[in-house]
Design a protein around this ligand. Structure first.
Ligand SMILES: [Zn+2]
Length: 477
């Protein structure tokens, strides 16, 4: 199957073509690890996990790099303000290294909890300092840089297509530059490739700026700019031209625009053929902000009785390019929807007689519809509509004995594309099956008291019985 994707670069949705047949070089902008990730942050990682899953299902070998920004991401996009890591260190009375280690490993655990596939390469910015300095060196050699008091900057006026990717109005930017604008910069859109540690300060994370990179030939301590990190790591591992680069829509006007400028200025080649961007998530209709305390973490959800997969289901219900709205009511609806799918998956343990339930051909039709939706610019809500219609059919008719192996195959496939862990759910125990049989016998004998007692005993073990058109089926509560 060929996948259609919306490319921010061309502003069009079209058939994806990789540079090398059957292979995809993918770069995902990773987190800045100075705090716990919120539900708003996780949306991106779930979206790009779906992208990888769909590409793999289409037969591509995907090589993905995801960075961990553990230095140099400043609080402000204008290259001033504090480094988020150093800020986190002050907040917690730790070193920036300790903060990065703690939240970096929390992020990786979160990825596992959400059943996200691990990228082939997870790269920490602090482990790619030589590559970043080399990129500065290349850009300096080609005349794209200049130095001011606080660092080495990229001269955006030297890169004529700078404004194109995001459709920026640079004249308006210049006119609108406020007094706070660092007036040593030649233009407001110029950005720091490498910052110097301010005189008299000592940062937790700093490296010598090689003498050949400074105007006066003096070595001094410094640290990389956030944009430089992504370009250096992406190109070091994947080469000059990526197939796909992903990130959030907030990255378009500054971070990704700058990545493109510095990478293409250095190599003279297209940095990435496709750019995919996920939209924001609001909470209760408003932006996530510290002051509102609505930046819920996976642990916050857990405290309220929701699993990471409930949240994954919630995210998949929206298209990655539309703005989502998180409320606990919406999350509860997603949780119930996932429970419904789990119950339908568990019908494989309780098949009906051949000839009376769903047959293999019908399963194939559902799979095709789900696959088609996913390959249409990762249309997960549409795919889930088809999954739910399969669920409704299963609940109404049951799965017939002869179709169970095909149903299992479908569940395995669903797990590879949606990651909702439906395929490997266990059967109930022999003891529980015996209780169920005894309860049916009591019910047939109209011994309601015994029937109720047995039903309650199973409920106490988390097994709920439902009497329906296909007899009694169990579900996990
Ligand atoms: Zn990035």
């Amino acid at each position: 199957m060929t996948v259609r994707l919306h490319n921010t670069l061309t502003k069009q949705t079209g058939e994806f073509e990789s540079q090398e047949s059957g292979k995809v070089k993918l770069y995902t902008c990773g987190p800045t690890v100075y705090n716990y990730l919120t539900v708003g942050n996780w949306v991106a990682y779930i979206a790009w996990d779906t992208l990888v899953r769909v590409l793999q299902a289409d037969g591509y070998a995907v090589e993905r790099v995801m960075n961990i920004t553990d230095v140099g991401h400043l609080v402000s996009d204008a290259d001033d303000g504090e480094d988020k890591l150093e800020k986190g260190a002050k907040r917690e009375g730790k070193t920036a290294w300790e903060v990065a280690e703690f939240y970096g490993s929390d992020f990786l655990q979160g990825m596992q909890r959400l059943n996200l596939l691990m990228p082939e390469h997870i790269t920490k910015a602090t482990e790619y300092i030589p590559q970043q300095l080399e990129l500065v060196r290349t850009l300096k050699g080609k005349g794209f840089t200049y130095q001011i008091d606080d660092g080495i900057y990229f001269d955006t006026s030297k890169f004529p297509t700078y404004a194109d990717f995001a459709g920026l109005d640079l004249d308006a930017q210049r006119a609108g530059a406020r007094v706070a604008f660092n007036d040593e910069k030649r233009s407001p859109s110029d950005f720091a490739l490498w910052k110097f540690t301010p005189a008299g300060e000592k940062r937790d994370m700093e490296w010598p700026t090689p003498a050949d990179l400074t105007d006066d030939g003096m070595e001094r301590p410094g640290f990389p700019g956030w944009h430089l990190e992504c370009s250096a790591m992406a190109m070091d591992i994947l080469g000059s031209t990526l197939d796909i680069h992903t990130g959030g829509i907030d990255h378009i006007p500054v971070h990704h625009t700058n990545e493109i400028a510095q990478s293409e200025a250095a190599t003279g080649k297209t940095f990435s053929k496709y750019w995919l961007h996920n939209n924001h998530l609001k909470v209760d209709g408003t932006k996530i902000s510290k002051s509102l305390g609505n930046g819920y973490t996976l642990d916050d959800l857990k405290e309220r009785g929701f699993s990471p997969l409930d949240y994954r289901m919630f995210v998949l219900q929206s298209h990655y390019r539309s703005e989502g709205n998180f409320t606990f009511e919406n999350l509860d609806a997603a949780k119930n929807r996932l429970r419904g799918l789990q119950a339908a998956a568990d019908l494989k343990w309780q098949p009906v007689e051949n000839g009376s339930g769903i047959a293999v051909a019908s399963l194939d039709g559902h799979k095709e519809a789900i696959s088609k939706a996913l390959n249409d610019d990762l249309n997960t809500p549409q795919a889930l509509t088809h999954v739910s219609s399969l669920e409704a059919t299963l609940q109404a008719s049951g799965i017939e004995q002869a179709s169970v192996p095909a149903f299992q195959e479908l569940l395995d496939w669903l797990d590879t594309v949606l990651g909702l862990a439906l395929a490997n759910r266990p059967d109930i125990t022999d003891e529980q099956k015996a209780l169920m049989r005894d309860r049916t016998a009591a019910r047939d004998a109209k011994d309601w008291a015994t029937s109720d007692t047995l039903r309650d005993a199973l409920a106490g073990q988390g097994i709920v019985l439902r009497d329906g058109p296909n007899g009694t089926v169990w579900e996990r509560a």
